[in-house]
Ligand binder design. Structure first.
Ligand SMILES: Nc1nc2c(ncn2[C@@H]2O[C@H](COP(=O)(O)OP(=O)(O)OP(=O)(O)O)[C@@H](O)[C@H]2O)c(=O)[nH]1
Ligand SMILES: [Mg+2]
Length: 616
């Protein structure tokens, strides 16, 4: 066991984690050169296309007589749950910072996560081959952040492979499994083993107990093999064909196969203390073996489970509707399937008067949502209309009952409501000092406020709080333009807070269109009302009579537009009395109308709604 080292690579998005992992797999001969391709661990088609990592991926390598288990993690904020799970399964974190970018928001967030877990941090400056690399400037930032020594920082190039071996050397020189520096303070060893007395953190420390315990840090459902678990064995061992027990779920199953990831599945007879590997089970759904659960053996179950993970709950919701309603069943089956490998996904049926049957799906953020949408479209051939994302709200009723609503249309009558709460996030923005003013203004515009400003060398770190709803629209684009692209931001849910929130309804010819209702802060309602009624005017065709378009809060109209009358006679073109042609044309018009939705006397083409509801 003292020849095993478990580590993960953490960094801000695009700083080169997966590329460094490639070089490590090459160096250690884990993957043959001819099988090598860029960012090999990004195996999902979408990951490859977008050049980003979405899922954590473990791989076992051998280096100088040691077994190294690496977990590559995603850098984007939406997937920080993957990072925190990875961190809990390892002892060491390789912190990669791009030499041209310096410390960014996810660098900081990931460092905090690693510190919470008491991990040893190995600081690395990557992309030193680039002409724009500012190695010394970035080194200063890292020293400022970690309090490490300059010589502890390894300078690498994932592209050329320069010094990647030094990272591996540094990893094997970190303390063996279950033993870490006792200082309680983060240690950036840079490879030097701390000579201070060592002590194990409780969670991963082998207890010497006879009973087996393994932490499930990921799981997915494979069409052919069933539920596969990625585990970190903390105590004991799990043999092939053992009867296993998931302690929190209370379910029993069989370990049909156990093995390590190289990164292909490579079967072994058993997984032992300290090892990271996979278990192919006979379970039917991942609900029977959730991430964060502890695997033990049925014949000698452990007494106490390992500390699990906190349950992440989505707070960004959008309606997903198949373009043709007969695909609803397929959509439902597809999302059920994706949810088996994505513990953060939540969904429930939604019936929209205009878009028909669909699902309201909850996500961890906008990228998460876009990725699920693309996967549904590609992997399941679905043609989808996805509505503008919104957050969920907590509604406190007069009788004290608290309801969660995920769509403005579900808001109970105002007279029954005591208060409405919306999700707030707390976050950090990292940016060049000179641009602080612009960003503070932007935060205020979003109804947020700054809570602290600190500095890491030439960088400013703004801590802020803001309502999530206002970060969903174009916050990121505005942040980019306010800082010429030099800012990065990170956030997490801070809780639900009551405010003066209202539902803005839209009426066409006096008829309310539930599908268009949105939640907004009262101060922002007028603006939204004007914007949406204008847009409605553009997309709804003229009718034979004048049509009023209104935005309203309850009975109070806050914005209004009018569409003038117009009559379109499709038969005017036909001068001769050709009855057949005339009839044909009218028939065609009728068919066209079948695709319309009728609101009172007004026919609105489905496409108009699509334009209004769909996310651009
Ligand atoms: N010039 C240069 N480019 C690099 C180096 N390392 C990585 N890159 C490039 O940087 C880009 C991002 O690299 P990735 O390895 O995908 O970054 P990542 O940190 O895994 O990104 P996420 O997983 O999405 O957070 C790719 O285009 C790489 O080719 C390096 O040392 N030098
Ligand atoms: Mg990556």
């Amino acid at each position: 066991m003292d020849k095993i080292r478990n580590f993960c690579i953490i960094a801000h998005i695009d700083h080169g984690k997966s590329t460094i992992a490639d070089r490590m797999m090459e160096l250690t001969g884990t993957v043959e050169k001819r099988e090598m391709k860029d960012q090999l661990l990004d195996s999902m088609e979408l990951e490859r296309e977008k050049g980003i990592t979405i899922k954590l991926t473990p791989v076992t390598m051998h280096w100088k007589g040691y077994t190294l288990n690496l977990i590559d993690t995603p850098g984007h904020v939406d997937f920080s749950y993957e990072v925190s799970r990875s961190l809990q399964a390892v002892e060491t974190a390789v912190l990669v910072v791009d030499a041209t970018q310096g410390i960014q928001a996810q660098t900081l967030a990931n460092v905090y996560l690693a510190l919470e877990q008491d991990l040893t941090i190995i600081p690395v400056i990557n992309k030193v081959d680039l002409p724009a690399a500012d190695v010394e400037g970035v080194a200063k930032q890292i020293i400022n952040l970690l309090g490490c020594r300059r010589e502890d920082i390894i300078e690498t190039s994932g592209k050329t492979g320069y010094n990647v071996d030094k990272i591996l050397d540094a990893v094997i020189e970190t303390a063996p499994i279950g033993f870490r520096a006792a200082s309680g303070r983060p240690v950036a060893t840079g490879g030097r083993r701390s000579s201070s007395p060592c002590q194990a953190p409780d969670s991963l420390k082998p207890t010497g107990a006879v009973s087996t315990r393994a932490l499930i840090f990921d799981s997915y459902f494979d069409d052919y093999r069933g539920v596969v678990l990625y585990v970190r064995v903390v105590d004991g061992e799990i043999l092939k064909n053992s009867e296993i027990l998931m302690m929190a779920a209370g379910t029993k199953g069989l370990a049909l196969e156990v093995g390590i990831l190289t990164p292909k599945m490579s079967p072994r007879d058993k997984l032992s203390e300290g090892e990271i590997g996979y278990i192919v089970t006979n379970l039917k759904t991942t609900r029977e073996a959730k991430v964060g659960d502890t695997v033990t053996l049925v014949k000698a179950p452990a007494e106490n489970a390992l500390p699990g993970y906190k349950n992440v709950l989505p707070f960004v919701y959008a309606g997903f509707f198949p373009v043709s309603n007969d695909q609803y069943k397929e959509l439902k089956e597809a999302i059920e399937k994706l949810a088996l490998s994505d513990s953060a996904l939540r969904y429930e049926p939604e019936n929209s008067p205009v878009l028909g049957f669909g699902l309201r799906i909850g996500f961890l953020g906008l990228l998460h949502m876009d990725i699920i949408k693309e996967r549904l479209e590609r992997e399941f051939n679905l043609d989808l209309i996805v509505t503008n994302p919104s957050t969920n709200y907590e509604v406190v009723m007069n009788n004290g009952e608290v309801r969660e609503i995920k769509s403005a249309a579900d808001l109970p009558d105002a007279s029954e409501i005591k208060e409405i709460r919306e999700p707030w996030v707390k976050g950090e923005i990292i940016l060049p000092k000179s641009m602080i003013g612009n960003v503070l203004n932007l935060i205020n515009e979003k109804r947020g406020h700054q809570t602290n400003v600190s500095y890491i060398e030439d960088r400013a770190v703004i801590d802020f709080e803001a309502p999530m709803a206002n970060l969903l629209t174009d916050f990121y684009d505005q942040l980019k333009s306010a800082t010429s692209g030099y800012a990065s931001f990170n956030y997490e849910l801070a809780g639900y807070r009551a405010d003066d929130l209202v539902r803005v309804d839209f009426l066409v010819g006096g008829h309310k269109m539930d599908a268009l209702s949105v939640m907004a802060h009262r101060s922002e309602a007028d603006g939204i009302g004007r914007e949406v009624t204008k847009k409605l005017k553009e997309v709804i065709p003229r009718q034979n009579w004048e049509v009023a378009l209104q935005a309203a809060i309850g009975a109070r109209v806050i914005a209004r537009e009018t569409i003038g009358a117009y009559r379109k006679d499709v038969t005017v073109k036909i001068h001769t009395g050709d009855r057949d042609r005339k009839a044909k044309l009218l028939e065609k018009q009728k068919r066209g109308k079948a695709r319309m939705k009728r609101f009172g006397k007004i026919d609105i083409p489905s496409e108009a709604f699509t334009v209004m509801l769909k996310r651009d």
